[in-house]
Design a protein around this ligand. Structure first.
Ligand code: 9WO
Length: 234
């Protein structure tokens, strides 16, 4: 999978992508991530990327020209190594509080897309013509306002990379994670077996794999009902 990210703060992406699962996925060519600085596509002496909103009001709005320039340049470069059909399957996503809220099932659908372009907004928003003309989908990571789309883009990238075949060393551990069956994860324990008089549930020490599996499944159901009943409906 190829992921292109457009941002005014490209440096924000270096440390999260230099750790653990994402780093390994990049190093083993499971995913290729390119971060583009929107300012590189801004014209003029001052390379301005924002301007005052028509109609007045506070704050600044991201100008259309740098974003159109960036997206056209990236797609033009991509077209050199892709068929027309592959170009048609590229999806451009804006991280936005107005988007549909990300969940595990959306993540699973996104890994079927070979090329993703993620656009990170800043300031008070992006000129609406960019969204109308160039954005295929708006995604939110939750109902709160942030300073920009960069952290949501990193969240999205993390959540999809770990679903790509080979990205997570122990493939079983993907299936057992919270939310994957629409249920929360069962409780986990490690050594010591007794810690400050607190004991690990007996069944986990039994060696009875069938009993352990049943216990864990029941725990997942019980705690989902208790902590996240909203996940049980539907
Ligand atoms: C709304 C708003 C209302 C009154 C005054 C100023 C305002 N700014 C915004 C706003 O939504 N700003 C955005 C900041 C502009 C685009 C980038 N920003 C952003 C993205 N904030 N939060 C996100 C985001 C993205 C995905 N998931 C959750 C939050």
């Amino acid at each position: 999978m190829d992921i292109h990210v457009l941002s005014l703060f490209p440096d924000m992406f270096s440390s999260p992508f230099d750790e653990s699962i994402i780093k390994r996925a990049i190093d083993s060519n499971i995913v290729n991530i390119e971060i583009h600085n929107i300012r590189d596509y801004a014209k003029g002496r001052h390379r301005e990327v924002d301007d005052y909103p028509f109609g007045g009001g506070g704050g600044m709005v991201m100008k259309p020209e740098p974003l159109f320039g960036a997206l056209e340049a990236i797609k033009n470069e991509m077209s050199k190594s892709r068929t027309k059909d592959e170009m048609d399957r590229i999806r451009t996503i804006l991280l936005s509080p107005q988007g549909i809220v990300l969940n595990q099932s959306i993540c699973k659908n996104l890994i079927t897309i070979e090329d993703l372009i993620l656009v990170c907004g800043r300031y008070e928003g992006i000129d609406e013509r960019v969204i109308e003309q160039l954005i295929d989908m708006e995604l939110s990571i939750g109902d709160y306002v942030l300073s920009g789309g960069e952290l949501p883009a990193m969240v999205l990238i993390d959540s999809i990379i770990r679903l790509l075949p080979g990205a997570v060393g122990h493939q079983d551990s993907i299936g057992d994670d919270s939310h994957v069956n629409g249920l929360l994860q069962f409780p986990q324990y490690t050594r010591p077996q007794i810690f400050r008089e607190l004991e690990v549930p007996e069944v986990l020490l039994s060696g009875n794999h069938k009993a352990i599996e049943e216990w864990r499944y029941q725990q997942s159901i019980d705690r989902t009902k208790l902590k996240r009943p909203d996940l049980m409906k539907g």
